[in-house]
Design a protein. Structure first.
Length: 253
């Protein structure tokens, strides 16, 4: 299980400037429990850049430096709490990505190997770790490699996993050069597996004149909730926001 944070802003901004001291501290303190890795991704002119490490954000000088002084108008952050007995190492740390996209997940899909049939041969060769989350990412990437748009690939993958695999949550963020995508898809029937109650998997967003922020529950205030089964898309630059049903997007693709 993990904590997610994604943003799109009208100008490059640091996490400190985006959230303020109090909310940045509150988010970072979640790594007391979610202490198995941190990662940051940002979209730049050269592509999508990822920095991550398998340690706790609250004790990481690099995370503090990047959160306070690094800037981007489109980015994401992830705090990992390892599940399913998976190793704490860089290869298993989110976000996963290429120079085109980055991806972070909160939840579990069990067993991880059940996702392998969704991967193209090319995508299977790109796997470096052993998590369900990386396979989830590679399943999305597989659809993109076959020509799907990022939104269609994400919605189609989520819909297929939800219909055919055992999972707690498929909540995730996908970052491209042009947009931020957020998925809320929770298996409410798996409530007994939730570590802190069903609201642990709430995914929320906040829209202001200067930024759109998407985040997991547990900190912050003045948020709107993304409904279970919805896909939120924020366009870079314009900050245009759209919310659609994942099933509708997948069916139309």
């Amino acid at each position: 299980m993990c904590r997610l944070l994604g943003w799109a802003s009208s100008r490059p901004t640091s996490l400190l400037d985006l959230l303020g001291e109090e909310d940045l501290d509150a988010f970072t303190e979640l790594s007391c429990k979610h202490a198995d890795g941190w990662g940051l991704a940002r979209s730049t002119r050269r592509g999508v850049e990822v920095r991550k490490a398998p340690d706790a954000a609250r004790s990481s000088a690099e995370f503090a430096q990047r959160a306070r002084y690094g800037s981007a108008d489109l980015g994401m952050a992830h705090l990992r709490w390892a599940t399913l007995g998976l190793d704490v190492r860089t290869a298993n740390t989110h976000p996963f990505g290429t120079r085109r996209i980055a991806f972070a997940h909160n939840g579990s899909i069990n067993p991880p190997e059940s996702l392998d049939p969704l991967l193209t041969r090319r995508a299977r060769r790109q796997r470096t770790g052993d998590t369900d989350s990386e396979r989830f990412f590679l399943a999305v990437l597989s659809r993109m490699q076959e020509g799907a748009t990022p939104g269609d690939a994400l919605a189609g993958t989520v819909a297929e996993i939800a219909a055919t695999r055992s999972f707690t949550s498929l909540n995730c963020l996908l970052l491209t050069r042009d947009a931020l995508y957020a998925v809320s898809r929770v298996n409410t029937g798996a409530v007994l597996e939730f570590p802190e109650g069903p609201d642990y998997y709430d995914l929320r967003y906040r829209v202001t004149d200067d930024a759109v922020v998407v985040a997991s529950s547990g900190w912050g205030r003045d948020w709107a909730e993304l409904a279970n089964g919805d896909l939120l898309v924020v366009q870079r630059g314009t900050l245009a926001v759209s919310v659609s049903s994942i099933e509708d997007v997948a069916a139309a693709a």
